[in-house]
Design a binder for this molecule. Structure first.
Ligand code: PLP
Length: 425
């Protein structure tokens, strides 16, 4: 049955609809739910897929005879670096395999650019009057809070289905040398699910920038996190940058946080020879070596990159139904009402929901009162400020499928109620 757009209802029709929706919402509250769709964490069943890691490694030497229990090996075990290189489509020589968190590696890079500057910096970033980063929105909240913490200003550009708006980025970086960097989650972006096309990546790597030490922090956290048979390959950021004559522009990051254990996986950084040497030189003062026991454990568990790919199929089997449930709940209540749009991601961890302008905060509030925790409205924007108050990030992996179904049916009621409240006011 086709529904009528709420925006075309008369005042009387809206008043009637509001009465019905308030009744639905009262019923929802009576269910006394306690559900949480806030953070992109793997579910316990996903963590169980890697349970065998807890009994590994079986030995304590890697293939070159290094005793992984001891200090040393700053760039990580070669086998671990080869697995990351294969998954990311790059050369193992470009990879550093590190500790448990890629976010920490990003933080190190930004901090060291501030304190020391990079190989091509005229001076450390902290000696500039202002430092700015281009931030595609909606984006990953922790990228933005990291920059806020470090005193870096954020300028936003729109995120499209094929990546950031290149024309907007070019206009920001061309003449302003204080624009020093940019975030991008290239494959299955957090939260939109967008995949940066090779064309967009090529333009970003080649565009003229006023800052000679402009960095693109290429956070490929979801490179192998496919939700369909179509296993989209990421654009070759390092290769495109090298052929454009800007080899030091991108620094790539990835981790097994959402492959094995979130918080106890292995992270990686990959970059040009010069950037990698720069990173290791700084790291040398901060660590004597990474956790090679954990790296060996991962190497034994997976064997090779195909082992990771096979493992990701098992994740997909567990979480794809949850994404389908989100779409089903939103479609069945909201399609045709002209008050909301949402992403149908083919990978990653999130669904990006846009509600009627000016109602996202109200939706989150209504959901909270009904026992459904959502990420605060605006969290996918720098300083939590969504100028249209319309964006909500949904994270369906952690709850069970039944909980996702119940929670999303409730969220859909809240979306419609908030819209009708606004239209009727
Ligand atoms: N990058 C993105 C885009 C993420 O969504 C997340 C986690 O949600 C991370 C990085 C965190 O990665 P790690 O656990 O390796 O620090």
């Amino acid at each position: 049955m086709t529904k009528t757009a709420l925006t075309s209802l008369s005042a009387d029709q809206l008043a009637e609809r509001l009465t019905d929706l308030r009744a639905d919402y009262t019923w929802l509250k009576e269910q006394e739910l306690k559900l949480d769709l806030t953070r992109g964490k793997p579910g316990a069943d996903q963590l169980d897929l890697s349970e065998a890691l807890l009994r590994l490694p079986t030995g304590h030497s890697n293939r070159t005879g290094t005793d992984v229990r001891n200090y040393g090996g700053l760039e990580g075990l070669p086998e671990m670096r080869e697995i990351f290189a294969d998954l990311l489509g790059i050369d193992p020589g470009q990879v550093v395999a590190g500790g448990n968190s890629s976010l920490s590696m990003m933080y190190q890079v930004v901090t060291w650019m501030l304190l020391k500057g990079g190989p091509d910096s005229p001076r450390p970033w902290s000696q500039e009057e202002t430092v700015k980063f281009v931030c595609p929105v909606p984006g990953y909240d922790r990228h933005f809070t990291m920059l806020a913490e470090l005193g870096i200003e954020m300028v936003t550009v729109d995120m499209h289905a094929d990546g950031p708006d290149v024309a907007q980025v070019k206009a920001l970086v061309a003449d302003d040398p204080s624009v020093k960097g940019m975030w991008i989650v290239p494959t299955y972006a957090n939260p939109t699910g967008a995949v940066c096309s090779t064309e967009v990546a090529a333009e970003l790597m080649a565009m003229p920038t006023a800052a000679p030490d402009f960095r693109i922090l290429w956070d490929n956290a979801y490179a192998v996190h496919h939700l369909t048979d179509q296993e989209t390959k990421s654009a070759d950021a390092l290769g495109l940058a090298a052929v454009s004559g800007n080899p030091n522009r991108p620094i790539m990051f990835a981790s097994t946080s959402k492959i094995t254990f979130a918080g106890a996986g292995v992270a990686a950084l990959a970059a040009s020879a010069e950037n990698k040497a720069w990173y290791l030189q700084r790291l040398n003062f901060a660590a004597i070596g990474p956790d090679k026991v954990n790296q060996l454990r991962h190497v034994e568990f997976f064997g090779d990159a195909d082992g990771v790919r096979a493992h990701m199929q098992k994740h997909r089997a567990l979480i794809a139904p949850k994404f389908a449930a989100v779409d089903q709940a939103l479609s069945s209540r909201l399609t045709g009402l002209d008050i909301a749009t949402w992403s149908k991601p083919t990978g990653g961890y999130f669904v990006d929901l846009d509600v009627l302008d000016g109602t996202a905060s109200r939706v989150v509030e209504l959901a909270k009162e009904a026992g459904i925790a959502l990420t605060p409205a605006g969290s996918a924007f720098p300083h939590g400020n969504d100028p249209r108050d319309r964006n909500i990030r949904l994270a369906p992996t952690f709850p069970t499928l039944a909980e996702v179904e119940t929670a999303m049916a409730g969220v859909a009621v809240c979306v419609e109620l908030a819209a009708v409240e606004k239209l009727a006011s």
